[in-house]
Design a protein around this ligand. Structure first.
Ligand code: FAD
Length: 430
């Protein structure tokens, strides 16, 4: 912690926060990975903005009454105050440096902010291996590399864990008899890699990714250069590309049941899709929702039989088979409409519910790639059995790679192979 940051307790709140001109407050906890990811950003911003804005830290668990009074229920949570008034912006979870800078910039005003921004010195960090994406594939690669004493930096635009951290229960990862909560499994993976010596840049803005140079820019000022680069950026839910979808994304339309199903307790929900993830996720949503309406383009589901049998056993499911969604309309808070076309008759039906979940497959996260690298026809990167892409020294692992089965076990296997190959190549090139 820098000398520009002051740690206070609840009794100092009035004097140190409310009676000051401009203040930023970090409610943190111990044993909190997002708090750790934020700490270095908070430190460096305090060096830049600390003469203009007071930087405060409060230990949340030690100051429960104050936290509850302020509605601070998770760590870290960042609040901003100007002359005893809280600003409307609040950040929690995976807090980005750029988000904080935007508010701090407004607080100090454009002229002073420009002067502050000029003080930011570019930084160059060299490493043996740079891994982009800290899901199971990237974390496993990191673990093997660090255990082989290879200097490794893992960069992720979010917190470490990847998809597993938002998966409700994982029952098929070897070594655990009981199904594991996804966020715990990803927490173990990330702590294990950290313990082995992997350095993280988590919840950061990543730009200027150059595969040939094996370099990228983190948070606009730190350029990381490596001898080898492992791409482990996974895939993202495929959007439907329909009217209203972008507009109501995260505000009526969701792609993650673990994240959002809880908001639909005793409410009606529409699910779009009929593959494995759509039916598995529907089963989870059904624990909360009073009714599920599933809209699917075919006359049968493609999900595994066990999941389909479980779905059939539910008495609150209505099916619109051979229907395709055409438009999303929002009528009000928790009041969504899906216009769907009956593919047999062409008739347009209207379905109303509190919210919509879309599970129609995934697309590879490759938009940051500028160079020529080989892809399969679905846009996934092709690699040989050592995970080497067509660019020397660049590997592709996990869900981003062209393959038949995308699972945690196949992702960690890819990560292992790429790490061992990269470590051997670095040794041979010495
Ligand atoms: C709902 C759901 C349930 C699942 N359940 C299971 C299950 O029960 N068992 C099982 O084995 N598998 C399951 N899977 C599949 C499994 O989660 C994936 O196969 C696995 O997570 C792939 O790991 P990965 O590391 O390749 O990618 P991911 O887990 O997707 O991680 C990719 C990481 O890269 C980061 N990233 C993306 N783009 C960038 C960028 N430009 N810059 C920096 N970072 C970036 C992301 O933030 C993320 O952290 C499930 C998947 C889903 C969607």
């Amino acid at each position: 912690m820098t000398d520009k940051i002051k740690e206070i307790n609840a009794q100092d709140w009035e004097k140190e926060v409310l009676k000051q001109d401009k203040v930023i407050v970090d409610f943190y906890s111990t044993e909190c990975p997002p708090c750790e990811a934020l700490a270095s950003k908070y430190d460096s911003l305090s060096q830049l903005y600390g003469d203009d804005v007071k930087f405060i830290k409060i230990f949340r668990q030690g100051n429960r009454e104050l936290s509850e009074k302020l509605g601070v229920s998770s760590s870290p949570t960042i609040l901003f105050y100007e002359k005893d008034q809280e600003r409307k912006e609040r950040f929690s979870g995976a807090v980005k440096r750029s988000d904080l800078m935007q508010v701090l910039g407004q607080m100090v005003g454009p002229e002073r902010n420009n002067a502050i921004l000029k003080q930011i010195k570019p930084k160059i960090t060299e490493t043996d291996v740079l891994i982009l994406g800290a899901g199971p594939a990237g974390l496993t690669a990191g673990l093997y590399l660090a255990q082989a004493q290879v200097k490794t930096i893992l960069v992720d635009k979010a917190l470490p864990g990847g998809y597993v951290s938002t998966t409700h229960l994982v029952s098929n990862y070897p070594g655990f008899i009981e199904a594991q909560q996804g966020f715990m499994l990803s927490h173990y993976m990330s702590e294990q890699a950290k313990e082995a010596g992997v350095e993280y840049r988590a919840a950061v803005d990543v730009s200027e990714v150059n595969l040939k140079d094996k370099s990228l820019l983190v948070d606009g000022y730190e350029r990381i250069k490596a001898k080898k680069l492992i791409i482990a950026t996974g895939s993202s839910p495929r959007p439907l590309g329909l009217k209203g979808e972008i507009e109501y994304r995260g505000n009526g339309i969701s792609y993650c049941s673990t994240c959002d199903a809880k908001y639909f307790k005793d409410k009606e929900v529409i699910v779009i899709g009929g593959g494995n993830s759509a039916i598995e996720e529907s089963l989870f949503i059904a624990k909360f929702a009073s009714k599920l309406t599933i809209v699917h383009q075919f006359d049968h589901f493609q999900a595994n039989k066990i999941a389909q049998d479980k779905l059939k056993a539910l008495d609150n499911v209505e099916l619109y088979l051979e229907h395709e969604p055409r438009e999303f309309i929002k009528h009000g808070n928790m009041d969504m409409e899906v216009k769907a076309e009956n593919l047999k008759t062409g008739e347009l039906v209207s379905i109303r519910a509190a919210g919509v979940f879309v599970f129609v497959g995934f697309i590879a996260n490759t938009s940051f790639i500028q160079e020529d690298v080989n892809y399969d026809k679905w846009g996934y990167i092709t690699a040989d059995e050592m995970m080497r892409t067509t660019i020397p020294g660049v590997f592709a692992v996990g869900d981003i790679r062209s393959k038949s089965y995308r699972q945690i076990t196949t992702a960690v296997a890819d990560g292992t192979i790429a790490a061992l190959t990269a470590a051997r190549e670095i040794d041979e090139e010495k």
